[in-house]
Design a protein around this ligand. Sequence first.
Ligand code: NAP
Length: 202
Amino acid sequence: MKRKVGIMGGSFDPIHIGHLAAANEVLNIYELDEIIFVPTGDPPHKEELRAHAFHRLMMVNMAVLSNDRFSVSDIEIKNPGKSYTLNTLIEFHKIYKNTEFYFITGTDAVIDIPNWHEPEEVLKLCRFIAASRPGISIEEAVEKIKAIRKRFGGNIEILKVPMLQISSTDIRERFRTGTSAKYLLPECVEQYIIKNGLYREI
Ligand code: NAP
């Protein structure tokens, strides 16, 4: 039988409880063996991230410590050049034989797959789980996902995650304005942000 491994892809700028709860939901629902968090290095579609890759990686490492089914890969951060999901999946398939991969990320990112590098190949190498925020209509996402599957094939499912009401954007804004972000992210991550003076400026 194939092992089932989740790849949790995102900027994690910073990682928060919503990401951890989403990963745990997917682990339970799809009966995965483990989930690997893969913070983006130099995303092809973004000019810059707000916290340096080193800090984002440190925060993700600290956040997953308490779950023995969660781990972290620095594959996208340590590799020079742009981070393409295709390259990440090819590398993971080389390392983990006889494994089915579930790529978990936000719905916004998933509906943008047609603009990714070689979407058809990416969709052959994993199943996608699009984690959806509450309060955001998913009708449009459902239509876009249908169109992606028709054009490129593959398997994409939407999962509603109530805890994703928490967002990295809101957390960064709280640190910038000095508003407490307690309980929205692991305490060790909150302390790390304060100690290193992250997100004080936009
Ligand atoms: P992002 O900016 O970090 O996030 C986009 C949206 O999705 C935000 O609303 C975010 O919420 C949410 N989100 C991000 N990661 C999530 C996760 N694992 N679970 C639940 N929600 C999540 O994402 P991104 O930088 O666009 O990229 C997402 C993934 O797609 C990355 O792995 C990236 O490498 C990949 N990607 C690949 C290509 C390519 O290969 N050409 C292009 C684009 C994206 P928060 O802000 O609260 O996190």
